[in-house]
Design a protein around this ligand. Sequence first.
Ligand SMILES: Cc1cc2nc3c(=O)[nH]c(=O)nc-3n(C[C@H](O)[C@H](O)[C@H](O)COP(=O)(O)OP(=O)(O)OC[C@H]3O[C@@H](n4cnc5c(N)ncnc54)[C@H](O)[C@@H]3O)c2cc1C
Length: 370
Amino acid sequence: MQVYNSSWWEQKYIFNSIDFLIVGSGFTGQYLAYLLREKHSSAKICMVDRAPFSAGASTRNAGFATFGNVTEIYDDLQNMPQEEVWQLVEDRYRGLEWIKQSFGPEVFDYQNTGGWEIFTETNHDISSLAKEYNQELKHRIGLKETFQIKDTHDLGFKANHLGVFNPFEGQLNPAKLFLHLHSLNQKRGVLFFGGMEIEKIEGGNLLSKQGFELKASQIILATNAFTSTLFPEYAHTIVPARGQVLVTKELEKPLIPGIYHSDLGYIYFRSLGNRLLIGGGRNKFKEEETTWEIKSNENTLNYLLEYTKSVICPTQNVEIECSWSGIMAMGSGKFPIVERINSNTLVCARMGGIGVALTPIAAQKAVSLL
Ligand SMILES: Cc1cc2nc3c(=O)[nH]c(=O)nc-3n(C[C@H](O)[C@H](O)[C@H](O)COP(=O)(O)OP(=O)(O)OC[C@H]3O[C@@H](n4cnc5c(N)ncnc54)[C@H](O)[C@@H]3O)c2cc1C
C-alpha cells in the first residue's frame, strides 16, 4: 500500500483544526454528520471511511423497515427486562418515522407493504401473544391492532396456514437512502475522505494506515462491528456477525409485495420487483459467520437457497442472480452502545440487525452527549 507523508498544506488546512471527526460513513456516520451540522452551522465536520464510500452493513442490508415481530419480542422478553424490550421496539418505530418525516419516504422508495411473520413450526400461542403485545403497542406508540392473525394461503408458501401481519411495516432501498444522506451532508459542507483507514487514536490525534495524521477536538466512532479493532476493550461487547443475502432472477410467480420473517427473524425475505431477496440463516452457522471478513459463505447461501425452494417457492424454478454479505455488530445486548471513551472520543456503535431503524436514534443520543 502507498503510504503518504502529508504536505504542509494538508497538515495545516485539511487534516487539522477539525471540530468533529466521524470515523465510519455508514448510516450512523451519515446521521451524526447531518445532526451535528444542524446544531453547529459553522463547525469543521469531517467523516472518514476505510473504503471509498462505506463497507460494513449500511449499503449491504435487506432494506426492511421493521420494528419487531411477535416471536422476536417473545424471545427478547425471555432474555431482557420487559421495559427494555418495549423501549427497543419503540426506538425502532420512532427511528423509522423520523427518517420518513425528515427526508420524505419517496427519496428512498419506502413502500408501506406491511410485514409478515410466517411459521413452518411453532409452539407458541401466537393469537394470545399478538393480543397481549397489541395492548402494549397501543399504550406506548398509539398503534391499533399492530399484529393481526391472518390466513397465509394466498402467499403461496409451504408454511402454517396462520401467520401474523403487521400493516405498519414496509420496505425501502438502502442504497438510495445512503446516497441521499451522503450528498446532503456534502452539500452542507461535511468533508468526506474515503479510503482512509484509521489505525490509531490517541487523545485528539488519529493516524491512518495510509500515513495521514488528523487532529480533531471530538472524535465519534461510527465503526459498528469494527469498533474493537480500534478499541480492544469492546471485543466482548461488540462482536461481528456476518449476514448473507441472495437475490433471485425474476420469478414466474413473484411474491405478493411485502417483507417476511420466519424462524425468530433469523430468516428474512422480501419482494424486490419480480425478484426475491432472502437473507439470514446465520444461527445455523454461527461460528463461521462470527467474522469481519466480507465474503460469501457457501454453507449459509445453500441453506437460504434450500429454504427458498422448499418453503417460499415450492412450485417454481428458482435461480440466483447475485449474492453478497455484510457485517453486523451484535454482542452482549441489543441496544446500541453510545458512550464516551474519554474526553475526546465517543462511541456510537452496535446496531445489530435492526440498524436501519435504530441508527438515527443512536446518533441523536450521541449528538446530545457532545
Ligand atoms: C446482510 C444484512 C442485512 C440487514 N438487514 C437489515 C434490515 O433489513 N433492516 C435493518 O434495520 N437493518 C438491517 N441490517 C443492519 C443494518 O444494516 C446495520 O445495523 C446498519 O447499517 C449499521 O450502520 P452503521 O453505520 O452503524 O455501520 P456500518 O454500515 O457497518 O458502517 C461502519 C463503517 O465504518 C467503517 N470503518 C470501520 N472501521 C474503520 C476504520 N478503522 N477506519 C475508517 N473506517 C472504518 C466501515 O468501512 C463502515 O463503512 C442488516 C445488516 C446486514 C449485514
